[in-house]
Ligand binder design. Structure first.
Ligand SMILES: Nc1ncnc2c1ncn2[C@@H]1O[C@H](COP(=O)(O)OP(=O)(O)OP(=O)(O)O)[C@@H](O)[C@H]1O
Ligand SMILES: [Mg+2]
Length: 416
């Protein structure tokens, strides 16, 4: 029987919408079974959250699996609330958790179960202060370690939260903010070591963790987490995914059009493969002809992938980059990316010339440039090529060029 795959909806995919990654999952599960803590890293939209959710699904009979999203958390207290709420579906654990928050909940014992998750979060948050969160957090870890199953704690968007604590609204790292990050990371580290073998932790996020911890001078706090890199699909796997999607939706790829699509992407980031398919699908449906040929690929790429939805995607990338780099040095990052998109390769000379055009209050232009390149390389925007930096993904490069390239004069051609 031909394999079929449903299109993604919502943020992540799992189960019958999840394609491939068998090897990654096997490797990851082996490491978890051995008791390892994992730092799951990859370029944006590679499927980190999906991988966590799929592993959670596959392990749920052997492990107690908890998924926590810290996207909105702005403090250690918020994180403890989010971790506590993840216990709510598990009755006996939830009862013990409620005991920890007895003061904040006691007046409401009768009605507590009627509160929705948001209201419950507010109640729990009211019971936490900068003086007691770590102790309550320790108790939650003890509760988890006390059950008769191994526990898998999957925490997404930790770097976003840490970044927020570190830089606040004005993107300034202060001694106090650094101390707050240190406290949180040390607390996590302590518990991960204390309960090793009982509780496994997987950390991930849409921005890289290492560059942020480095900014805080706290890189060592995660050195007991094993890095796990998620790579793009190769062209064959991407083409297989496209075929399975086509089978589900009655589209007929002719003359290996799906292979041409994968080749056109170059770097097959799962989200981009899905986007490409959804444009093909919409086109076929609209015109009422379900055959799709290789000579139609370019048109979809140029007009749909690089069209208005591509712009929306790019905005998402830019917002995240701004968060990591801060508004002061972000313009240099933008120019570095535009220069690379337009010229194809960013060499030493161009980098030196760009430095001369910027001045910052907080750091020298050289330091800022090094910092930016570290982030861009770590988060998979750029990679080191033969003569300098190049884009890791053609699509991202094309998006960037289309959005910013039109009036960009390459730095080495200026003033000539
Ligand atoms: N294994 C997969 N099979 C099919 N589609 C996938 C897979 N992994 C990712 N995708 C596609 O990519 C999209 C993004 O996935 P996901 O949110 O898991 O990525 P992410 O790496 O967590 O992204 P971000 O960097 O924004 O956090 C999904 O909605 C889906 O369309
Ligand atoms: Mg994610």
């Amino acid at each position: 029987m031909q394999e079929k795959l449903k299109q993604a909806y919502g943020n992540y995919v799992e189960g019958d919408r999840f394609w491939d990654r068998e090897k990654d999952i096997e490797l990851l599960i082996n490491k978890l079974d051995e008791g390892a803590h994992i730092l799951l890293a990859a370029q944006r939209r590679m499927g980190k959250t999906s991988l966590m959710q799929e592993v959670k699904r596959q392990l749920s009979s052997r492990y107690l699996c908890l998924f926590v999203d810290l996207q909105k958390a702005a403090s250690a207290e918020d994180a403890i609330v989010d971790i506590s709420l993840a216990l709510k579906p598990h009755n006996s654990l939830w009862n013990k958790t409620k005991d920890l928050f007895a003061n904040a909940l006691n007046k409401l014992t009768d009605t507590v179960e009627e509160l929705n998750l948001g209201e419950m979060g507010i109640r729990l948050r009211a019971g936490l202060t900068s003086g007691n969160w770590s102790e309550k957090g320790d108790s939650i870890f003890s509760i988890l370690a006390g059950i008769d199953k191994p526990v898998l704690l999957l925490i997404d968007e930790v770097p976003l939260m840490v970044n927020r604590i570190l830089k606040g609204e004005d993107f300034r790292i202060t001694r106090e903010s650094r101390a707050r990050v240190d406290q949180f990371m040390s607390w996590l580290r302590k518990n991960s070591l204390l309960h090793q073998g009982k509780v496994r932790i997987v950390l991930s996020g849409s921005i890289g963790f290492e560059p942020i911890l480095r900014q805080a001078g706290l890189s060592a706090t995660i050195n007991n987490f094993q890095p796990f890199d998620l790579k793009p699909w190769d062209e064959e796997i991407a083409a297989g995914c496209l075929r399975a999607l086509a089978n589900e939706y009655g589209i007929h790829f002719k003359d290996k059009a799906e292979a041409v699509m994968a080749k056109r992407l170059g770097c097959c980031i799962p989200h981009h493969v899905q986007m490409f398919f959804s444009h093909v699908h919409d086109r076929c449906k609209r015109r009422g002809r379900m055959d799709f040929f290789p000579d139609e690929v370019n048109d979809i790429y140029e007009n749909e992938m690089l069209g208005i939805r591509g712009h929306a995607e790019l905005t998402h990338y830019e917002d995240r980059l701004k968060l990591v780099l801060g508004f002061e040095i972000y313009p240099l990052a933008l120019e570095i990316l535009t220069e690379t998109a337009v010229t194809g390769c960013l060499g030493r000379q161009a980098l030196a010339a760009l430095q001369k055009e910027y001045e910052f209050a907080q750091s020298s232009a050289r330091e800022a440039e090094e910092e930016i390149l570290r982030v861009l390389e770590h988060d998979g925007y750029l990679k080191a090529g033969k003569g300098g930096y190049v884009f890791a993904s053609h699509l991202l490069q094309d998006w960037w060029k289309k959005r910013y390239g039109l009036f960009h004069v390459p730095v080495l051609e200026r003033g000539i």
